[in-house]
Design a protein around this ligand. Structure first.
Ligand code: ADP
Length: 274
């Protein structure tokens, strides 16, 4: 940018006359346009950085504020019954869990972003890989009374970073369970062609309003902040998922109808392209 600035300054002063005709308006305009585009991009990056820092501070401060209020009111109680102490301590413990989840998701995201080009890729049986993920999540689905089904009728082998993609798919299935209804279902299916494999995660849940669809992959975005907080969301899960998918040169899209359900479709190349 400094060089570009200098170059434009020189052009204006005419000191580059020998190299370039200052009266060649098109050339000057081109450079100036490129400069403006770069400046606009830098502004966007800076704005998004500031927004991210503000969001992180807010998300980390909220549980601390709650803990402080809970601790202060306990201290003011004097001879409160032990049950009240227990209840408040449980609330404090919940806030500590929340703070830990935010920090742990943030660390995952930062690691994922920084090392997006350094995938630890290995040839993997994708059916086994998904079965393993679902095995871990089945107790959560059962506890929530959600039927969890896996459909696949072909064998698929692909070059993936199992740790990163496992996080990506776990987040999608966990969300499908979390944002579901009583006695609902979650269906995970696997398909492939000669270039890609496709994983579809569908649910019978609450759905995502059309106006929110474009934002759900953004860090800390949540459709319903209070509901999400109640069920333990940090707003970072889908950002982590997208980061892992993009690192694999894959793509993710979502279709949703409010009160009917949501489907996420992930497409990953069978062979990892460096
Ligand atoms: P969170 O930790 O809040 O679940 P995510 O980044 O995983 O954060 O998701 C962002 C938001 O997208 C969620 O808060 C929720 O509002 C919405 N969302 C994600 N998955 C689903 C789904 N399967 N059904 C309905 N809403 C969803």
């Amino acid at each position: 940018l400094k060089h570009m600035n200098q170059y434009i300054g020189d052009l204006a002063e005419g000191s580059l006359d020998g190299d370039l005709d200052i009266h060649d308006c098109t050339e000057t305009e081109n450079i100036s346009n490129t400069f403006n585009i770069m400046l606009a991009r830098l502004r966007l990056v800076e704005e998004s950085r500031q927004e991210f820092v503000a969001n992180v501070s807010h998300e980390l401060k909220t549980p601390l504020t709650s803990m402080k209020v809970l601790a202060d009111s306990l201290l003011m109680q004097g001879d409160a019954p032990v049950e009240l102490y227990k209840e408040f301590m449980q609330d404090i413990a919940n806030e500590i869990d929340r703070e830990s989840s935010v920090i742990s998701d943030l660390l995952t995201l930062v690691k994922m972003d920084r090392k997006s080009t350094e995938l630890n890729v290995a040839s993997t049986d994708i059916n086994d890989f998904i079965e393993q993920i679902l095995k871990r999540l089945r107790p959560i689905a059962e506890k929530a009374n959600i039927e969890l089904v896996f459909e696949s009728n072909r064998s698929v082998t692909a070059e993936i970073d199992a740790t990163k993609l496992s996080l990506a798919f776990s987040n999608l299935v966990e969300n499908a369970i979390k944002y579901n209804r009583e006695n609902g279902w979650v269906r995970v299916s696997l398909d492939a062609d000669h270039k890609f494999f496709y994983v579809k995660v569908s649910d019978s849940g609450i759905g995502i309003p059309q106006e929110s669809i474009d934002y759900i992959f953004e860090r800390f975005y949540r459709v319903d902040k209070s509901h999400s907080r109640e069920i333990g969301g940090t707003g970072l899960g889908l950002a982590i998922t997208r980061s892992a998918v993009v690192a694999h040169r894959g793509a993710i899209k979502v279709q949703s109808t409010v009160d009917e359900g949501t489907t996420f479709i992930v497409r990953i190349p069978l062979r990892y392209i460096v």
